[in-house]
Design a protein around this ligand. Structure first.
Ligand SMILES: C[S@@+](CC[C@H](N)C(=O)[O-])C[C@H]1O[C@@H](n2cnc3c(N)ncnc32)[C@H](O)[C@@H]1O
Length: 127
């Protein structure tokens, strides 16, 4: 399980979809970083829930970085529903209230014979 790190440096083991930030996130939050995790939530709707909560808890000027597996634009295969195109991530980030959302880098892009560990990107969003 992933951890939500509080200002007192405690580690909390939470389910990201089921109200993870309701009780345990001390505010103001300056930055949220997620790596290789949100695709595991299984679909766009769950990722939307997490993006929305991140936008809510971040202070003005706060930053959200999400490094995660994506579906490449030129994909020729189906990908699991939690892995979708960068443009859709950016759309979701804007829908939930981030002022600016962008892709910083795409790594290990592989179209022809991708492994599950390839095709990931770092997305940045600010409120
Ligand atoms: C591929 S691992 C990445 C772990 C770590 N962030 C890293 O970069 O090494 C994905 C993690 O997401 C966690 N996870 C899956 N669904 C979750 C949920 N609903 N709430 C919280 N964590 C979840 C899994 O337990 C797993 O630890």
């Amino acid at each position: 399980m992933n951890e939500v790190i509080g200002s007192d440096h405690e580690f909390h083991d939470k389910n990201f979809v089921a109200g993870w930030a309701d009780r345990f996130v001390p505010t103001p939050v300056h930055a949220i970083v997620s790596t290789w995790a949100l695709h595991d939530l299984g679909n766009k709707e769950n990722i939307y829930v997490v993006y929305k909560r991140c936008a809510q808890v971040l202070r003005h000027g706060g930053i959200f970085l999400n490094g995660d597996f994506i579906k490449p634009d030129k994909a020729i295969y189906e990908y699991e529903p939690g892995r979708f195109e960068i443009v859709k991530h950016i759309e979701l980030m804007r829908d939930v209230g981030f002022k600016k959302a962008e892709c910083l880098i795409v790594l290990e892009e592989e179209i022809e014979s991708p492994t599950a560990a390839q095709n990931y990107a770092c997305l940045k969003a600010t409120v």
